[in-house]
Design a protein. Sequence first.
Length: 334
Amino acid sequence: MSYKHFTLAERGKLELMVEQKMNYTAIADRLGRHRTSVMREIRRNRRKTHYNAEQAQKRYLKRRKACRPKGKLNCYGPLREYVMEKIALEHWTPELVCGRLALEYPDTPTMRVSHETIYRKIYTTGHYLDLLREELPQARKKRRKRGQGKYRRGPSIRNRVGITERPAIVETRKELGHWEGDTVVGKNQDGFIVTLVERKSRLLAATKTQTKRADEVRQAVIDALQDHPISWVKTITVDNGTEFADHQSISDELGVSVYYADPYCPYQRGSNEQVNGLIRRRLPKGTSFKGLTQKHLDEIVENINNRPRKCLGYQTPNEVFKQQRDMHMRALRA
């Protein structure tokens, strides 16, 4: 007979049978329990000669709570150190931490924790992980749903080609070579970063510019993408800012089609918007770009490209881009 804990209803019946002075064997037969289990339950919870079902249930629940494990985040050092290092030093989200653990430690059950557990501990005041609250992408005093931002309608751009004319294959993310473009602005517009994100691999390329004049942004885009083979640069989708007004020169130089997202629809360039957010974690709004060098920016870009992404199955953009590139090269040699 497999063992299971006594229920409150069983304890109620047990109390009546104890009052009737029934022996252990008779009680066990009535309850369908082993005689030893009945004897252990009565001896453990009896006070003097009296057995009280309600008090026995309370003592049972108290013991169950006390014997529960404290949690791997508290008890298992390697897991605790991994979580703290990735969030505090590499600015990963709890979801990235959990997903990457499964890839790096596939056969180690002790190196597992859910992202909800991490969030819950971070937002528990007094827990040692609450120090990581400020390291989260959206650091708040308490957890809440994210709201939607507001975006201005961009000005009219000559010969603008809307996203509705973009090939349907771009939306599927099935092939390499489709990019999204935007700019990140420094304090008081003292510097700019032109960002380009490849849609399938989420690979980031970024170039610092002194202004966001169309000619300077055009050259930044060309410099960032011109070393890639033509098959890896097929389309670019940008917002409606005037910095991308010289789209025809970009198209002629790179042999690429440039499309504009609809106004008020940043989700149409969602990969780019998300990566810009990662840049902002390292260069928050209000940061002057005067002292920002291209070398420092390249270090930020490399860090982001080596950051696991949930949408990539917790692989990094560099890993996915390399896989796609190698597959393409093998296909050409075949």
